[in-house]
Design a protein around this ligand. Structure first.
Ligand code: HSE
Length: 420
């Protein structure tokens, strides 16, 4: 028999306890052992929880209990869970976590500390989709060329409703909080940080990259306007918040941002709280993983898969490398990222403005792929829209700075990166 202690019995913790009880037949058949929850720890004991387990508010009731084999860390946050997980590992207990923020900051220290003690985190990335298992096991024969996908259910839910139904940003954010998709602090979702945490975890398994959120390009969905949604649709694009990792020579680009992708691409068709990630391996080619990226039962399904794996005796280095690569891949500087870009400027509708825009772009070696003018809601102004050929992030940022200072150009310039 395996005994579990759950630290953090919120939406996911309650689902874990209930699924372990209600699906105990299949879980025991698959694990080869009975798995029971011995105890749960919560911050606020007076809040009603829908579980049949004993509860207290002291993590040491689990950490110091010699009968407990596996600690589930489902609290959220970074430093407090870090201390708790360190203590669990020091006491020789296996750990399962869904906490992407913890791993985004401390995965390498925790791997070191865990050594051969099982430490698993399938639920940390893309909720119910077994993407960690796919990268650690299923694709382990491959050099990974790229990982790209929708890694935040809240943003995808919001963008879908905004684009398809014209829903208002604040209303739809509130709705995703009520549905239990959003982080405790939803700026983690809409600001792109939650997706970045997940991308960092995946890039450690794929590339052995030890980077922190502040080392990579992170932008959210807050700047997406109705005007750009309208033009995106008109030009055959969807807007998605994507996490992107690409191997380029000896370097790896890591970035999270709103992205225009062609409506006919598979990721463009992924709506609502669903996540989808494509991984390209040098031998397997392109593979794609799709499923619910948030929600209690979906995330609990991934947590329990880790528990079953531990019960079966599966282990291995947490991030999947038995020995480090001699020539590790380097994280590329944000400025070195290359992309195609969509730019929208509101300009005075008079002669000479277009000429000054295109001459300025030329100075930064930015080549225009297509350009057109559309009416603005302001009758003396016009929207100038263009897409670029592939160019460097640094050049486009400098060009936008200078465009905003041109006579006749409004300083609020919209920019969205484009992926095929
Ligand atoms: N807030 C996250 C999301 C939950 O919306 O995807 C799952 O990590």
């Amino acid at each position: 028999m395996i005994k579990i202690g759950i630290i953090g019995v919120g939406t996911v913790g309650q689902s874990v306890a209930n699924i372990l009880e209600q699906n105990s037949d299949i879980i025991e058949a698959r694990a080869g052992k009975k798995i029971i929850v011995k105890h749960g720890v919560v911050h606020n004991l007076s809040k009603k929880r829908d579980v049949n387990i004993s509860l207290s508010d002291n993590p040491n009731d689990i950490l110091d209990d010699p009968e407990i084999d596996i600690v589930l860390e489902l609290m959220g946050g970074v430093e407090k869970p870090y201390e708790i997980v360190k203590k669990a590992l020091s006491n020789g207990k296996s750990v399962v976590t869904a906490n992407k923020a913890l791993l985004a900051y401390h995965r390498y220290e925790l791997q070191e500390l865990a050594g051969d003690i099982p430490f698993m985190y399938e639920a940390s990335t893309a909720g119910g989709i077994p993407i960690i298992g796919a990268l650690r096991n299923g694709l382990s024969a491959n050099h990974i060329e790229s990982i790209m996908g929708i890694m935040n259910g809240t943003c995808n839910y919001m963008l879908t409703k905004m684009i398809n139904e014209g829903a208002l940003y604040d209303d739809i954010l509130l709705e995703s909080q009520e549905l239990g998709y959003a982080e405790a602090d939803p700026t983690f979702d809409v600001g792109g940080f939650d997706a970045a945490h997940k991308l960092l975890i995946l890039s450690s398994i794929a590339y052995g990259i030890d980077a922190k959120p502040e080392d990579i390009l992170i932008e959210g969905i807050q700047n997406i306007t109705d005007t750009d949604v309208k033009f995106a649709k008109e030009f055959g694009y969807e807007i998605k918040l994507l996490g992107i990792a690409k191997k380029i020579g000896d370097g790896v680009e890591l970035r999270v941002h709103s992205t225009l992708i062609p409506q006919e691409s598979m990721i463009a068709k992924v709506d609502g709280v669903m996540n989808a990630i494509t991984v390209v391996g040098d031998r397997v080619g392109e593979t794609m993983y799709y499923g619910p990226g948030a929600g209690g039962d979906a995330t609990a399904s991934a947590v329990i898969s880790d528990i079953i794996d531990i019960a079966r005796g599966n282990q291995g280095p947490m991030l999947g490398y038995k020995k480090s690569l001699e020539s590790g891949l380097k994280l590329l500087n944000k400025d070195e990222i290359t992309s195609k870009y969509y730019i929208r400027l509101e300009v005075d509708d008079e002669s000479g403005v277009l000429a000054s825009i295109s001459s300025l772009l030329g100075e930064f070696n930015i080549s225009i792929e297509s350009m057109l003018q559309k009416p603005s809601s302001n009758e003396n102004k016009a929207n100038v829209l263009f897409t670029t050929h592939t160019c460097k992030e640094k050049d486009i940022q400098n060009a936008i700075n200078d465009l905003a200072k041109l006579n006749g150009v409004d300083e609020n310039i919209a920019m969205i990166r484009i992926e095929k």
